[in-house]
Design a protein around this ligand. Sequence first.
Ligand code: PLP
Length: 391
Amino acid sequence: MKEIYLDNNATTKVDEAVFEEMRPYFCELYGNPSSMHFFGGQVQGKVVEARNRVAALLGASPEEIIFTACGTESDNAAIRSALEVFPDRRHVITSRVEHPAVLTQCRNLSQKGYRVSEIGVDGEGRLNMDEYKAAVDTDTAVVSLMWANNETGVIFPVEEAAAIAKAKGALFHTDAVQAVGKIPIDMAHSDVDMLSISGHKLHAPKGIGVLYVRRGTPYRPFLVGGHQEKSRRAGTENTAAIIALGKACELAAQQMSFENTQVRAMRDRLQSALMEAIPHARINGGLADRLPNTLSIAFEFVEGESILMLLSELGVCASSGSACTSGSLEPSHVLRAMGVPFTCAHGSVRFSLSRYTTDAEIDRVVREMPPIIDRLRQMSPFGREYLKAKV
Ligand code: PLP
């Protein structure tokens, strides 16, 4: 069965051009970039090129790019570094809707005696800026707020938030794992100090990430040992994946306008067709500024997991929340933080598109969804009540 893959916020297909770029660096050009000989030097040259390509996508300088193993490592390293840089500051700010890569670390910090403020969001998933402004003080070591939410696609006003943190002398980190490659990012005109990327969200392989650290920002490494990455991240580089990420960033820059026109148009068409065809549905974060590829939609009187199973039988891949929390029937922490009613949070499905999504695939999902929801509502006691009321 050929899949219709609408789960690109969980992971993406490796672009074939990206794969071709990395292929020689396993069996042929396998040298260690730190080696003195020509064989390592060839690889070193490609790592330099990759660093330049990543920097170009971010409007950054190459020396501000540190390669890591994943988005999670970048998030952990950024927050941990800020606390080491400011040992006298004991306050950390984040939001209630962060990815667990940030939220779990912050909650662990509160167990270690740090004061942790988790800023709330409104019903559309927008950051409560008044609460945030009131929380930042001169005891704040670091603020970590995501650029865009993985479940709803809602975009936070990161630049404004970074300026507020800067005014109090706190470092500002953003988890931009879902934003990079989908919306323009320009570190050259920004108050953001640190930013995380994950390769597998933008058509590079899994297991490669980046931590951007602004020039002049004090930084303490998470992994110590060898002198790789100018001693900021020890460990022999994952050269093939670094080279792949460089290519993926180059392609992302070229595809950015496609993402914001064609991909957005397909997402909008999916959204309006489902809203029209299926009663008692609601867009999570529908009134907020959102990523062009993401649609989180709640169907009352059904369970998201059941929808996903029936979709999966038809070859359609979607998600009921973040990949990391699916498998549990608890409504997602993001939808709970938004105050989405329990009956809606349970019936939420996330469709996340990519530049590989086609109009024909959207048509198919638009056709398949109404009978699936109808069938599930017939099966659920609440749904039957609803259907009875309808006639
Ligand atoms: N941050 C966000 C917003 C994510 O969506 C993810 C992955 O789902 C991560 C961090 C973690 O990235 P990685 O899988 O590379 O560790």
